[in-house]
Design a protein. Structure first.
Length: 331
């Protein structure tokens, strides 16, 4: 059995944590009311999340579908101080089609001029899955924000007023807690919509950093244990209740040019990302974008992302913030 954890609120507003088994049966975790508290208890006891959750018998049954419908499900991880939750990600980590890869290799062999992005992709294809004990190629890396940029299922994904686009990126994200000695502990994986501004990114690849400073949606559940090698899902966009764009997406190491361990190494090798008590959410990348097929999103569109083995999809509407003029003053 693989346990999943869902954070939610009861109807009176009190927070609870539910443990969910493979068949979808959910019960209240009695030893902690948040995933962070459970992870801290597991570290203190030298136990896994599943062991810590079941240190005392699980409580009453929890109706997750009803809570989802009522908007009571939260993102699977948060931190009481959002500044101590770090959102980051890696790109150019997933394999394209066999035909596309073949064309890339032929271009490289012919000595044709490659973009920096293509060169980095090929570096990952060649060196992103190193042998045990070896360090592989560095991936593309970006900073996305802190805990204030995390939204859960049903909450809007809000673009800044100055944004030129708001586009979905269906991904898997890893969730981590840094232990007292600076060791990163992976709590598990969640579905994610690594929301970005692709018009900005297309304008100049050096604007990638600007395009990524946006909110991100996390799916309802944290999946413990290892991520399956082959993850297959679907990304949809609904407008006025109707599907206007849809495409499958793939993830898992069988569909990636990097191992997850290699991506983790190149993030956590930096001392600044190993501060005790911090939480990290790291996005592993995608190949499926409506923008790349010429689709233009509109405010009010709903992004829906689902994939096995996750039991619950994430759904979020596109919104846009009001303009907030900023003036820098001298003291």
């Amino acid at each position: 059995m693989v346990l999943r954890f869902v954070q939610l609120k009861e109807k009176d507003g009190a927070r609870i944590l539910a443990a969910v088994n493979d068949s979808g049966l959910a019960r209240k975790v009695e030893v902690a009311d948040t995933l962070l508290a459970l992870a801290q208890a597991a570290l203190a006891a030298g136990a896994t999340l599943a062991e810590a959750a079941q240190a005392h018998p699980l409580g009453a049954e929890v109706d997750i579908p009803a809570a989802l419908a009522e908007g009571r499900v939260l993102a699977p991880i948060d931190h009481p101080d959002p500044a101590h939750l770090v959102l980051t990600g890696t790109g150019l980590t997933h394999l394209g089609s066999a035909e596309g890869r073949d064309k890339m290799h032929k271009a490289a062999q012919a000595g044709e001029q490659l973009t920096d992005s293509m060169r980095m992709f090929l570096m990952g294809v060649e060196g992103g899955k190193p042998a045990d004990g070896q360090v592989g190629a560095q991936p593309e890396w970006f900073y996305k924000g802190d805990g204030s940029h995390v939204v859960g299922h049903g909450a809007p994904l809000t673009s800044p007023a100055f944004a030129q686009d708001g586009g979905e990126e269906p991904e898997i994200a890893g969730v981590y807690l840094i232990g007292a000695d600076g060791t990163p502990y992976r709590l598990g994986f969640c579905l994610a919509n690594e929301f970005s501004d692709h018009v900005i990114e297309r304008g100049n690849y050096l604007w990638l950093a600007h395009s990524k400073l946006r909110q991100a949606a996390l799916g309802p559940e944290l999946l413990t244990g290892d991520l399956p090698a082959d993850v297959r899902g679907a990304s949809k966009i609904l407008r006025d209740g109707k599907v206007v764009w849809e495409k499958p997406f793939l993830s898992g190491e069988a569909n990636m040019s990097h191992t997850i361990a290699n991506l983790e190494h190149h993030h956590f090798k930096y001392d600044i990302f190993r501060k005790p008590g911090d939480v990290h959410v790291h996005f592993f990348g995608t190949t499926t974008l409506s923008f790349s097929e010429g689709f233009q999103t509109k405010v009010g569109d709903v992004f829906e992302i689902g994939a096995a083995p996750f039991l619950y999809p994430t759904s979020n509407a596109l919104a846009q913030a009001q303009d907030k003029p900023v003036t820098v003053r001298s003291l």
